[in-house]
Design a protein around this ligand. Sequence first.
Ligand code: NDP
Length: 292
Amino acid sequence: MSAQIIDGKAISATIRAEIKVEVEAMKAQYNKVPGLATVLVSDRKDSQTYVRMKKKACAEVGIASFGHELPTSISQAELLKVVQELNANPDVHGILVQLPLPDHLDEEEILGAVSLEKDVDGFHPLNIGRLSMKRREPLFVPCTPRGCIELLDRTGVQIEGKRAVVLGRSNIVGLPVAMLLLHRNATLTICHSRTKNLPEVVREADILITAVGRAEMVRGDWVKPGVVVIDVGTNAVDDPADNRGYHLVGDVAFNEVKEVASAITPVPGGVGPMTIAMLLRNTLDGAKRTSG
Ligand code: NDP
């Protein structure tokens, strides 16, 4: 039997509608709206597109956005000053520094300078540290990992006690999503490029989250019947028939795995739309902490 397709687009639309209602309530009660500052130091087209999408999503739910588009020649000291000004601005409840930064800038120092209370990307070392510790709560959870857990919750998938396998250990996706699964009492295995007998390990999973960046790596015979699959991978594959010259696929061979799994996210239309929804949610959460 074919798996349930987890519709990230529909779930993200529901979440955005919920956020919009909460933003309106905040405006009515406190005469304030959440504010998100975006800091872009890049002439990369993809980074520019991501920032534009984030601002548009803010506008749709009534969140104010403050765009800072800075020259790629900016110095470390100048960029730190921008971050510090945003830290001090009471209308800004979230600061998003679009990554990657140009090579001459020290990304770790810049991310560490973002106020913990405004770290809506959840990349501040203290937030990541708290995420990794027992009985500690970070102020913010990184957006894509939070989106993965939200997809499981809204699909009614129980996490506690399940065997969860995460493919990938990046700071942005693999590691934080693994920590979230552990917080939710899954029994966890994290795999990476040095893992031996990968299909064998993957076959143990009741819940499989893939964040590798390798097109359709996970095949139908790698997974256990009934597994729930969240595919974060977003890989461009050449496709002369597509007017862009490529199409996107996940880390999972969707057509094969959907015949074995009980539920699976598609690519595109699965995890992707959740990332921005969780950014909006984090910004609203940040604003709520300062309400009253
Ligand atoms: P990284 O390149 O930072 O990390 C990839 C991870 O996969 C690493 O831990 C690496 O292991 C592991 N890996 C690489 N090759 C293999 C292999 N053959 N077998 C097992 N593990 C392997 O990627 P990101 O985490 O940033 O992104 C992963 C994917 O998710 C990408 O396709 C990206 O585009 C997508 N993505 C999607 C988002 C969304 O909103 N939908 C957001 C962010 C990312 P090692 O640590 O040993 O090198």
